[in-house]
Design a protein around this ligand. Structure first.
Ligand SMILES: Cc1cc2nc3c(=O)[nH]c(=O)nc-3n(C[C@H](O)[C@H](O)[C@H](O)COP(=O)(O)OP(=O)(O)OC[C@H]3O[C@@H](n4cnc5c(N)ncnc54)[C@H](O)[C@@H]3O)c2cc1C
Length: 407
């Protein structure tokens, strides 16, 4: 059931991540599930492998690899722990804005430290009163001499508790060109972390509140220009967030299939393995079909991205198909497990809960369908993927930024 990876380098990386995940992450899972607490030590240990910096160019100390490699890392970690896959994807999302919008000084200051795993970045866009409607955000930054002063609250920020450097998108003016992005160190006075809320799944990963109360940041921390905030948010979400979340879902999906196959082989009914019952066999066949389609959609989309081809709709579909199919297979897995699947000592219970966490981030399925419909109807707002790798020309983004309603 493994994907056909394009190079031996990708295959080597896959084996390396799988080995690390099985040796260092698997043993931590019972404690993660029981405590539900944030995995500071494990998150740092994973970051120290250099995987947050997989797409950071080598001249900044990164691995200098492509989106396919990023996908392999997230999928393999998520196969063992959706929480740790989500942790890595969230900080890789934080890297995106720096790579595409950072000035030379910002890149030189932060990218080598991120690549070494010393700094975990985040992206903070969502707010309690606007959700996926990015332009509805209310947090502000006001220029005051050589600084900007930030006020407002962000919610569901991936890695909120372990993040050292928040990429925060706030209002500096009106309308779609009135958003700006800032790099805010977690230690800055006025930057406050909300209390940890235990979620249904992804135990060990946090996506909490961060508030800014008269939080003063130097103007040098502005990412790109004033007005680039929506472009920073949307390009990070589309080019990194959607395939990344697709990869988390794919890893969980793979684990669901493996757990279900193992259970159906070891449980005996009517004197034979459970999988001998035709309905059970058919369910496993359906799970396999969904898994293969989801994997093809994801690796095709990131391969197009790596080749510089326009692929916004493929990235959107990859997120949609992977999130939806993982949830569909979670239900099938539970059904095959019968009552046993409801108990916390079997992996399937955790995998089912984790699968549901991938529906909302980087755009709900409703939003992905909306974007696909717009593309099909010829009323889409342009291709972010075509600008990947090239300096972003913000002057030409007006069409995309105008009237973009949601993540
Ligand atoms: C695990 C996880 C990690 C996350 N990580 C981050 C992060 O790192 N940074 C960050 O900023 N945010 C993050 N988020 C937040 C995520 O981006 C939001 O959950 C998402 O944008 C949707 O916002 P919402 O949950 O408030 O739902 P809402 O926007 O309130 O939507 C509620 C419902 O209304 C529907 N809806 C809303 N608008 C429309 C529309 N225009 N058309 C059709 N239907 C619509 C939605 O589909 C949904 O069903 C994360 C969320 C999760 C669960």
């Amino acid at each position: 059931m493994s994907s056909q990876l394009p190079t031996r380098g990708h295959e080597y990386l896959q084996a390396q991540v799988r080995d690390f995940a099985e040796r260092h992450v698997v043993p931590e899972i019972p404690a993660m599930e029981q405590s539900g607490s944030i995995q500071h030590g494990l998150s740092r240990a994973i970051a120290a492998q250099g995987w947050i910096g997989v797409t950071i160019p080598r001249r900044y100390g990164g691995m200098g690899m492509d989106h396919t490699a990023k996908t392999v890392i997230i999928e393999e970690l998520s196969r063992v722990s959706g929480a740790m896959g989500a942790m890595v994807q969230a900080s890789q999302l934080g890297v995106a804005g720096l790579v595409h919008f950072g000035n030379p000084l910002q890149k030189q200051t932060w990218l080598p430290r991120i690549a070494r795993g010393e700094v975990l970045p985040t992206i903070a866009v969502t707010e309690p009163d606007s959700g996926g409607h990015v332009l509805g955000m209310a947090a502000t930054a006001v220029r005051d001499g050589g600084d900007y002063v930030l006020n407002g609250t962000k919610c569901h920020v991936g890695n909120s508790e372990v993040g050292d450097l928040h990429k925060v998108v706030v209002r500096t003016g009106d309308g779609s060109r009135g958003l700006s992005a800032f790099l805010v160190e977690a230690t800055r006075p006025g930057c406050r972390l909300g209390p940890h809320r235990r979620a249904m799944g992804l135990h060990g990963f946090g996506f909490g509140h961060i508030s800014f109360e008269d939080c003063r940041v130097p103007a040098a921390n502005l990412l790109g220009n004033e007005g680039d905030g929506l472009a920073v948010a949307l390009s990070s979400s589309l080019l990194y967030g959607r395939p990344n979340l697709g990869a988390v879902a794919l890893g969980i999906h793979q684990a669901l299939v493996e757990a279900t196959v193992a259970y159906a082989a070891r449980l005996y009914r009517y004197g034979r393995p459970l999988y001998e019952i035709p309905v059970v066999k058919a369910r496993i066949g359906e799970m396999r079909s969904r898994l293969d389609i989801a994997r093809l959609a994801l690796y095709d989309a990131v391969s197009r991205l790596d080749q510089g081809l326009p692929c916004d709709s493929q990235l959107i579909n990859a997120k949609l198909v992977n999130a939806e199919y993982a949830v569909d297979s979670a239900r099938a897995a539970l059904e095959v497990h019968g009552a046993a699947g409801l108990f916390c000592d079997l992996d399937v219970e955790r995998l089912v809960r984790d699968a549901f966490h991938i529906l909302a981030p980087a755009g709900t399925s409703d939003i992905q369908r909306l974007r696909l419909a717009e593309d099909t109807l010829g009323i889409g707002k342009g291709e972010w993927s075509q600008r990947f790798g090239a300096p972003v020309d913000v002057q030409n983004l007006d069409a995309e930024l105008d009237a973009e309603p949601a993540f």
